[in-house]
Structures are given as structure tokens and as C-alpha cells.
Ligand binder design. Structure first.
Ligand code: PLP
Length: 406
């Protein structure tokens, strides 16, 4: 027993260890009959072994013993397990950001000259990466709308490797027909990757035929705007191993503290995402009845073009992001976001507080009306990423800001 409790274990010559030696040789206390209720934070990046064979075996794969934290860490493993369970996969990879996960998946599975079918509404960072792969490695990309599986069948070529989709698109809130699209990809042996950042828990893309799910855990999973992180969850172990190896070489390693905060965030994810969805539906309904609002996009509204699909894919709610079009156009959108007092003008989503963006004056300011329309965005489109405030307080702020913008 004393062996696992402190420097006595290292007593080499019977005279006890010197202070310098004791200062660096610690053994953590092993709890006896009790256990911590919260998962421990293991900051350590290196682990020791009793024999060379055990250490050698630890190099082998994503579920091996811990030896060096780029390969694995107990706190990061706790998050892998939580995300694997959330998405119903065989295993998960945790990365330092959502883009780290997307990079590991794309660079792990694509070779020079391969072909990718991408939904046209994908996250800007994903498209920027695809463009880079096109320029450097001749990866070819075709885009599809995401509504029709025949688009996938028509786009498939001999070297098509990946179909990349998003469960709910930003800021249009388009819902992708995951079961039909993934089935069409499978007919040709194409691997389907779904970015499920907008709909954790609400939709499990692997249950609908996807092969890999990616998340920016920065958003709903960690949930408090205080971490950056990513995850990829796999339907099979070969994909997991291949992408894990790429992530190691890329160095997209998560920090254990960020992983620890994210595990903590996931504990309240069911409550947060349900509440954000209820409030989003409530605000979307009120906005749709407002005379200064031309149009509202939220999959929970009966008028949404994929409302029937959303009822099947997202039966417990359509998440916390909605967008709406102010009749006053670009200037009205800018004045609206300048006038909100409770809502924060900020990118990102999935926070406890409500965030608002006007793409035409910020993230998409270089686009004219025609280019915006091609991206499914209006000049007066405002996106709201709903948080946990009382819906009446949010509505009071939205109403006063619309009044200023009208
Ligand atoms: C934010 C986001 C990403 C990128 O994640 P980071 O954690 O910022 O790297 C990818 N996809 C979607 C849908 C996102 O919202």
C-alpha cells in the first residue's frame, strides 16, 4: 500500500530520498472507498510504464493505454466516450477545434485527385479548406443543394470519396435530407460526413446512415463560450483509426482543460438545447407575425420548406438558431444589430446568452445583393442564436430594436 503513496516507494539505499528528489517524485493519492463525482482533470501529458512491451503497445491505436497526450489523455478520453455515446458511434476523436476535426477527416480520407460532393451551404471554414485542397492537391469539388438524393447520384464519379452535409445550415436553417442523401452515397461506396454542430442530441446522423459526424464542440457541447474544440464520431473502427492517425500527425490535439470543460458542458446539454429550441420556436412565431419582418426561417415553423422533414429528423425540436428578413434591407439589419441591448452582436452560437449577427454588414459584407442571394442570404437577414434568457425579455429587446430599424 505504501508503494502507491508517496516518495517512500523510491527509497533506493535505505537512507531515504533527498529533498530535491522528493520534490519531483509524486504519486497521486488513490481514493480508497470513495470516488469523485466530477470527472478528474488530468493535465499530465506523459505517462510511465512498468515494462517496455506495455509502452510499445500504447503506440498502436486510439483506444490504447495512455503514454503521451497527443495520442490520448484520460480527460480527453472521458469526452470521447461522452460524444461517442451522444452520437451513437463506435468511437470518437477529440480535436483542438471544430476545424481541426474537419481537417483530420478530410486530409485523413482524401488523396490527390479525389472528388468530393459538398452541400452548397457548408460552413465557410469547410469551403475554405476544400478550396485549399483543390489548389494544392487537385481535389475536385461539386456542390449540391442537399434536398434531392438524385443530385448525389448525378454527381458521383469513379473517384468520389466523400459527401459532406450539415444537419441544419447557417443562416438559412435548411435541413438536409440525411437518410436519402446518405443512402444515395452508400450505393456508390461514398462516405457521408455530417456536420451536426447545430443539432446535437436533437438528431443523430449515424442513425440515418452517415459514416462520420463532426462537431464544433465550441458551440452547444461546451455551451458557455469559454472553450474551442472539435469532435469527429465514427460509425466504424477503420475510419476512426485512419482519421485518428491523421489528427496525430496534424497535431490538432485538444487541451485537457478544454476537454474537461466540455464534459461538464455536456451534462447540461439536454436541458440547454431543449430550452433554446422552445425559445427559438416562440421567437420565430412572434417574428413571423411582425409587420416589419418579411420572412422567418426556422425548421419548427409549418411554413419552413423542410418542415415535414424536420419533424422526422428533429422530432424533439429544431435547435436554437433562426433567421429572419427585415423589410428595410441592409440598413435595417445594421441598425437592428446596433440597437439590441440584451442580445449580443457576436458570431458563434450555442452559448447560454443570445447572440445576433447581420451577415450582410459583417461576415458577408464583401457580397452584393446578387451574391448574397446565391448564398441564400438576404440583405436584411438577421441570424439569432438563442440562449437561455426568458423569452419575454428577449422579445422585448428584439421588438425595440426592430422599431428603431423600421
Ligand atoms: C463554428 C463551426 C465550425 C468550426 O468550428 P471551430 O470550433 O470554430 O473550429 C464548423 N462547423 C460549423 C457548423 C460551425 O458552426
Amino acid at each position: 500500500m505504501t508503494d502507491s503513496h508517496g516518495p517512500g516507494a523510491f527509497d533506493l539505499d535505505g537512507r531515504g530520498l533527498r529533498p530535491e528528489t522528493r520534490a519531483v517524485h509524486h504519486r497521486p493519492p488513490q481514493p480508497g472507498g470513495s470516488r469523485p463525482l466530477s470527472p478528474p482533470l488530468h493535465q499530465g501529458h506523459v505517462f510511465s510504464f512498468d515494462g517496455a512491451d506495455d509502452l510499445a503497445a500504447a503506440f498502436e491505436g486510439p483506444r490504447s493505454d495512455f503514454f503521451y497526450a497527443r495520442y490520448g489523455n484520460p480527460t480527453v478520453r472521458a469526452l470521447e466516450d461522452a460524444v461517442t455515446d451522444l452520437e451513437g458511434g463506435t468511437g470518437a476523436l477529440i480535436t483542438s477545434s471544430g476545424m481541426g476535426a474537419i481537417n483530420a477527416v478530410l486530409m485523413g480520407l482524401l488523396r490527390a485527385g479525389d472528388h468530393v460532393i459538398a452541400q452548397s451551404c457548408l460552413y465557410g471554414g469547410t469551403f475554405s479548406l476544400l478550396n485549399d485542397l483543390t489548389q494544392r492537391w487537385g481535389v475536385e469539388v461539386d456542390t449540391i443543394s442537399g434536398d434531392d438524393p438524385d443530385e448525389v447520384r448525378r454527381a458521383v464519379r469513379p473517384r468520389t470519396r466523400l459527401l459532406i452535409l450539415e444537419t441544419i445550415a447557417n443562416p438559412t436553417t435548411q435541413v438536409a435530407d440525411l437518410p436519402a442523401l446518405a443512402a444515395a452515397a452508400r450505393e456508390s461506396g461514398v462516405t457521408t460526413v455530417v456536420d451536426n454542430t447545430f443539432a446535437p442530441l436533437l438528431c443523430r446522423p449515424l442513425d440515418h446512415g452517415a459514416d462520420i459526424v463532426v462537431h464544433s464542440t465550441t458551440k452547444y457541447l461546451s455551451g458557455h463560450s469559454d472553450t474551442i474544440g472539435g469532435a469527429a464520431v465514427f460509425a466504424d473502427e477503420v475510419l476512426h483509426h485512419t482519421v485518428w492517425k491523421r489528427s496525430l500527425d496534424l497535431g490538432a490535439t485538444p487541451d485537457p482543460f478544454a476537454a474537461w470543460l466540455t464534459v461538464r458542458g455536456i451534462a447540461t446539454l439536454p436541458l440547454r438545447i431543449a430550452r433554446a429550441g422552445q425559445t427559438a420556436l416562440d421567437l420565430a412565431t412572434r417574428l413571423a407575425a411582425h409587420p416589419s419582418v418579411a420572412h422567418v426561417s426556422y425548421p419548427g415553423l409549418p411554413r419552413h420548406p423542410q418542415h415535414e422533414l424536420a419533424k422526422r429528423l428533429l422530432p424533439d425540436g429544431a435547435g436554437g438558431v433562426l433567421s429572419f428578413e427585415l423589410r428595410g434591407g441592409r440598413e435595417a439589419g445594421r441598425v437592428f444589430t446596433d440597437s439590441v441591448r440584451l442580445l449580443s452582436l457576436a458570431p458563434s452560437l450555442g452559448d447560454v446568452s443570445t447572440l445576433v449577427m447581420h451577415p450582410a454588414s459583417t461576415s458577408h459584407r464583401q457580397l452584393d445583393a446578387a451574391a448574397l442571394a446565391a448564398a441564400g442570404i438576404g440583405e436584411g437577414t438577421v441570424r439569432i442564436a438563442v440562449g437561455l434568457e426568458h423569452p419575454d425579455d428577449l422579445w422585448a429587446d428584439i421588438e425595440q430594436a426592430i422599431a428603431k430599424a423600421s
